[in-house]
Design a protein around this ligand. Structure first.
Ligand code: PBG
Length: 330
């Protein structure tokens, strides 16, 4: 039992800034950030994304400068997402396996510009398929598990050969982490990490992302046949257990803020590095609140990121990464 009032006055330690700093339980630094970047074809292109105000797609020749910016800001890692040209999107998403696709060229450009910055790549077929799903679809519209997993293994290898440091399967097929791990080991790429999108929910918060990678108009139906039901938490723990057993080095929970209970439970149960993705719809909500005069951007950004850290995240994928890192540096 601790003391009670007035021997105990919890406001005592809150009175001054130096004291608040001394008792802070959680800290936030640029090292806790992963910066998602969208890449597109063309030269000297910066294309704003209407539903993600302040976020752009960059052409390959300009992505190196972003990587240098990350390095200067102390952001350790960039996550890459391609806006594949429409004409290259097919039923089976073959462009995902092209060693010269946008993703692979972006990886090489970043490694040239800033070799010390980590690169995380998304493993899933949705930026490459004509139907916008993360995998192969059968005649009934069902996303096939094992057939998709085989392609994801090839996709992960293509990315790793191009220089990806962390491959991050975001597709929610069963068994793909183990298959990718075995393939990487088999190719002498055993140093490449796997960050599993272990608990990825079928969420309404992904809308602006689908605009950013050009798949919104294409998506037939929804992703509830493979992404998780927002009603479930125990199932998230089972997903994480499986992905860790299959060889994931770290796990991700996605979306972010509405799922901090999942982050906290995963961290408590497994004691492994846990990341969260503060997704596009969350970013858009903050920006809409700011635009409406309902909140202060800097304060909202830092508070939400601190909340992720408090819940147990090692780091957060956030479109506010560069801005947040600048704020932290003062
Ligand atoms: C694709 C993928 C998605 C996101 C990351 N990887 C979208 C989806 O599952 O439809 C969403 C990220 C965001 O909303 O910021 N596999």
């Amino acid at each position: 039992m601790t003391a009670s009032f007035p021997a105990l006055r919890l406001r005592r330690t809150r009175r001054t800034a130096w004291s608040r700093a001394m008792v802070a339980e959680t800290h936030l630094s640029p090292a806790n950030l992963i910066w998602p970047l969208f890449v597109t074809e063309g030269r000297d292109v910066e294309e704003p994304i209407a539903t993600l105000p302040g976020v752009s797609r960059w052409s390959i020749d300009r992505v190196g400068a972003r990587a240098k910016e990350a390095e200067a800001l102390g952001i350790p890692c960039i996550a890459l997402f391609p806006n594949t040209p429409r004409e290259l999107r097919t039923e089976r998403g073959e462009e995902a396996l092209n060693p010269n696709n946008l993703m692979c060229r972006a990886i090489r450009a970043i490694k040239d510009a800033a070799p010390g910055v980590g690169i995380l790549t998304d493993v899933a077929l949705d930026p490459y398929t004509a139907h916008g799903h993360d995998g192969l679809v059968d005649a009934a519209g069902y996303v096939l598990n094992d057939e998709t997993s085989e392609l994801l293994v090839e996709q992960a290898l293509v990315q790793a050969r191009a220089g990806a440091d962390i491959v991050a399967p975001s597709d929610m097929m069963d068994g793909r982490v183990g298959a990718i791990r075995a393939a990487l080991e088999g190719e002498g790429l055993g140093h490449v990490q796997i960050m599993a999108y272990a608990a990825k929910y079928a969420s309404a918060f992904y809308g602006p992302f689908r605009d950013a990678v050009g798949s919104r108009g294409l998506l037939k139906g929804d992703k509830r046949g493979y992404q998780m039901d927002p009603a479930n938490a125990e199932e998230a723990l089972r997903e994480v257990a499986l992905d860790l057993a299959e060889g994931a080095d770290s796990v991700m929970v996605k979306p972010g803020l509405p799922y901090l209970d999942i982050v906290a439970r995963v961290k408590a149960r497994f004691e492994v590095p846990v990341f969260a993705y503060q997704v596009s719809g969350e970013y858009a909500m903050i920006e809409a609140a700011v635009a409406a005069g309902a909140g202060d951007r800097d304060a909202l950004v830092l508070e939400t990121l601190m909340a992720f850290r408090r819940a147990g995240c090692s780091g957060v994928l956030t479109y506010h990464a560069a801005h947040a890192a600048r704020l932290m540096r003062g």
